[in-house]
Design a protein around this ligand. Sequence first.
Ligand code: HEC
Ligand code: HEC
Length: 478
Amino acid sequence: MAVFMTLLNSQVGKIITTLLLLILLIAGGAGYFAWYNFKREVPIVYKSAEDHFKYGSINSGGLPFYIWEVLPDLFAEHLPGPGGYKSLGFIWEEGKEMPIGVSKSIVGFPRQGSTCALCHSTTYRKSPQDSPTVVLGAPTQSFDSIANIRFLAACGNDPKFTPDKIIPAIEAKHSLSWSDKLLYRHVIIPETQKKLMGLGMGFAWTNSRPDPGPGRIPSFNPVKFLNFRLPLDDTIDNVDDPAVWNERKRKGFDYHWDGLESSLTETIIMGALAAGTPTDNVPLKDLQRVEDFIRLIPPPDYPFEIDTVAAAQGKPIFDNNCAACHAFGGDRTGTVIPVEEVGTDDHRIKMWTQAAVDKYLALGDGKEWDFTQVQKQNGYISVALDGIWLRAPYLHNGSVPSLKDLLEVPENRTKVFYRGYDVYNPETVGFVSQGTQAESEGFKYDTSVDGNSNQGHLYGTELSSEEKQALVEYLKTL
Ligand code: HEC
Ligand code: HEC
């Protein structure tokens, strides 16, 4: 100790102490710098539950916000059409910083993410001249999730994805400090490029399967292959995005098209994980807010006139032919109907395996949340039909364009149609799915493609045409 004190008092000692202090300061400064630029969280809280559903972060860990913002300008050639992100089916309300379904959060730097509203909200128009009406909780019929992934991957693989191109594009919108620029140049842009290239490789298996197109996604194969690292198989799981409104009335139902979950809370956590939320950062309070919101969203009213006399005639027809499976309180409503009985396309069921169930059941072990009600079933849920008019095209794979079509025997149902055009057709009760506009804006859906079959669900097909008309009129009131 005495020796140390003498040293400290000496000139050499002073130099050593200064150096030590400097090193400590630099290390501390670097630590602070790293924390500030990569980990510092500045919460963005939305007062209204509606805005929270549309834009509130669920920690889904997407891209750096500023990079995400400039990609459509820099790489327009990789988009399916003009209009930036709108060409991928994002709904972008006038004057908003980002589309519905995209969150912005600050974790060090601004980050983009997905929200539940990306796949669970839609627009419709009563005529081509009409401005779009947004309905939250509705299945999107425009967002093309696979096209979005392919766009992002193409950007990452483009030789133009360089700091020299990206930084000036960001600076045209935001001011960056010199240290921001250094970080973007040397860390954030290269890391983002790696992530985007990885995204492309991660989803390469979709290239050998039919495209889902807008309003549909491959449902659980991404989780099986990417998160659980289960071996690739050749199953096809393109499904329609479902509605998530009125959830309070669905208490006791099974969830997902094949009933693979029985708890709403667990289904919502699954939704977040599928959107990219890491298992060690699940924002339970934010998700609870979403749950409270979707429990209460009412189904939308039919926006055209309803023939109330015909609808009244349709009610007993519904009660006799459909209610047991589809009315709230029906004996079989919200339960799984065996696929042999309902007879619809069985690809989606073959996709879901016991191995995937086991992985899910183990996923939340030791966490604040857990999956306890995941299961393998062999059929499709007989869903409640509230707001059914806006849930077109119908069935789990979205293979039947309109309610009128669903009441025809499969041989007489439409074989090729276009989905993704948001003008509504009150004649058929579904979206406009034929004709020039639907063809130019929509995705060609061919029912002869694997996974796209429109077979099965023969209920109501033997009714007379008057009875069918009355029944459809009644369905508009649900
Ligand atoms: C990328 C699109 C996408 C995102 C993002 C997404 N979902 Fe879903 N969601 C789906 C699809 C598709 C299904 C049906 C999957 C299946 O059964 O194959 C589904 C199923 C559901 C269901 C079950 C509906 C029913 O009646 O069976 C609920 C509830 C749900 N999602 C809520 C959420 C919530 C809450 C979030 C946000 C935390 C979310 N989802 C994020 C696409 C998405
Ligand atoms: C035995 C039970 C049962 C009966 C009876 C029944 N359905 Fe269904 N329905 C189902 C099942 C199961 C599905 C889901 C099938 C699928 O997605 O592959 C379904 C799906 C639907 C859908 C599509 C839902 C969506 O979100 O895309 C509509 C519309 C529908 N049924 C209407 C009717 C009508 C109208 C009747 C009476 C004429 C009827 N169903 C009778 C079991 C039934």
